[in-house]
Design a protein around this ligand. Structure first.
Ligand SMILES: [Zn+2]
Length: 496
């Protein structure tokens, strides 16, 4: 048996004004692509474990994996990427028994608002109507009808923060083998929910979302469903089919799939209000930080690079300086030109620079500061929490601005944990105030020891204050963009 594998994973924020390009991806081809995943805790790594154990031949085609999320992908980069992907699928299609495609689902390009749907549609054209095709998806993906029409089934993450990359790959691989060997006939029921959600209740280990995600896990592990998922999408990817949805795939039992998908969707809808982020204004958060001894962590998810934001927000730092906040604060910020000036001046020098707003100047007017160059580094960091390997923030300068410390990077890195701080010699425990540009981190990073964590309503292209973003493309009405949105569950059935 021979399985062909392709990968295209990116998550974008449509509200980030800077387009991404090919340089924002790790590109892999053929055998090198598979070798780079073997033994790793990625979707393709997990799938290879299953295929290798089953003695199946695997053929790598093309892989584009995001380095860090960002803005919409530029159309020319997309064309180059998808052309090469499809060329390599076409070149390797002879004798193939099934295809596994590892996707994220929250891509958008300037020329194509449903890139994953296009990829599956074109692979289907190459492979023919009878070829089993299974995809894997992030639960933040947007699952379009075109994707559903062209694949046989999907395996979707069940954890947030995500911990099940490899097991999702294993589930996708097992599903594909079942379709090929056991002749199962996947039928998928989908119920689309006109709601966008965000916040702590979506943490699958503790939040209300466990009611639905837990049921999905149960449906899969009991064998009642071939696949089941709650997908709440990336609310920052403003595309026509953006919404939350429930998906249940069974072996030919459309009635059971329909019943379960409807129940999941109803439960999710009932919790929509609880599943919004609780945010306080910057000033209110700084008041709270002043009043409470110990470290206050301000969660600035509005500038979360891992969700697609630009990372150059200076909004909280600006208020800290304007208010002459009495404590010591720690601020990550992307500003390549400020780093360059720090490098030219050298360690110990005092420089006058603008900080932030180099990428998204409308949201973040550049902030004039005087800072001492405390240290410089190559910006290579290693995440504490993920097996993703090293990340590269580019040349990085630590600037001392009065009592405040800014870690200024040349490029975006994801703030899954404290790696950027620790690898630049800064321990968040030594500060009164820490800005963390990520919606969630493992609890040992902050929650286990910090005095308080506060979600801040700062401006940004990935703000959890969803009505502040200005969606123009997704279907309306959409909760909470319209608070009086009504939900009449309609079921769509997909068979192949
Ligand atoms: Zn995700």
């Amino acid at each position: 048996m021979k399985i062909l594998i392709a990968e295209c994973r990116q998550e974008v924020s449509s509200f980030n004004p800077v387009n991404t390009g090919l340089e924002d991806f790790i590109i892999g081809r053929e055998a090198d692509f598979l070798a780079s995943h073997r033994g790793r805790k990625t979707e393709v790594g997990g799938a290879l474990e299953v295929f290798d154990a089953a003695g199946v031949d695997t053929v790598g085609t093309y892989s584009a994996q995001l380095i860090t999320s960002g803005g919409i992908l530029a159309g020319d980069a997309w064309t180059e990427m998808v052309t090469e992907l499809l060329d390599l699928v076409r070149a390797n299609i002879d004798g193939v028994d099934g295809i596994y495609v590892a996707l994220h689902g929250a891509m958008a390009t300037t020329s194509e608002l449903d890139p994953e749907g296009y990829i599956l549609q074109e692979i289907r054209k190459i492979a023919g109507p009878d070829m089993p095709i299974v995809g894997s998806l992030d639960l933040h993906g947007i699952l379009t009808n075109r994707m559903l029409e062209n694949a046989n089934a999907f395996a979707v993450f069940h954890t947030y923060p995500h911990e099940d990359f490899d097991s999702t790959g294993r589930r996708a691989a097992n599903l594909l083998l079942k379709i090929i060997q056991d002749d199962v006939k996947p039928v998928t029921a989908v119920v689309r929910i006109p709601a966008l959600v965000r916040g702590d209740e979506l943490i699958t280990a503790s939040g209300k979302i466990v009611k639905t995600v837990g049921r999905c896990v149960q449906l899969e592990s009991s064998g009642e469903a071939l696949a089941a998922a709650m997908m709440w999408s990336n609310p920052f990817t403003d595309v026509p089919e953006l919404c939350s949805l429930a998906l249940v795939t069974t072996d030919g039992d459309a009635d059971f799939a329909t019943h379960e998908a409807r129940t999941l969707a109803g439960t999710f809808w009932d919790d929509r209000e609880a599943m919004q982020a609780e945010l306080v204004s910057i000033d209110e958060a700084l008041d709270m930080a002043t009043d409470v001894p110990g470290t206050t962590v301000l969660i600035d998810a509005a500038d979360a690079t891992s969700s697609g934001a630009s990372g150059d927000s200076n909004a909280i730092l600006r208020r800290v300086i304007e208010r002459d906040f009495p404590g010591r604060g720690l601020f990550p910020i992307v500003d390549a030109s400020a780093v360059q000036k720090a490098l030219e001046a050298g360690i110990g020098a005092t420089i006058h620079v603008t900080l932030g707003g180099t990428l998204d100047p409308v949201r973040f007017p550049p902030l004039q500061v005087e800072g001492r160059v405390k240290s410089l580094s190559d910006g290579k960091i290693r995440y504490e929490s993920h097996g993703f390997g090293p990340a590269d923030a580019g040349l990085t300068a630590v600037l001392q601005i009065g009592r405040q410390t800014a870690v200024v990077t040349s490029r975006q890195v994801s703030h899954f944990d404290r790696a950027l701080f620790l690898d630049n010699g800064l321990n968040p425990k030594d500060f009164d105030l820490v800005v963390q540009k990520s919606p969630h981190c493992p609890s040992y990073c902050f929650r286990d020891w910090a005095a308080q964590l506060i979600g801040v309503d700062a401006p940004g292209s990935t703000s959890a204050n969803l009505p502040s973003l200005g969606h123009t493309i997704c279907r309306r009405p959409m909760y909470p963009l319209e608070l009086d949105t009504q939900f009449e569950p309609g079921v769509e059935i997909f068979t192949r």
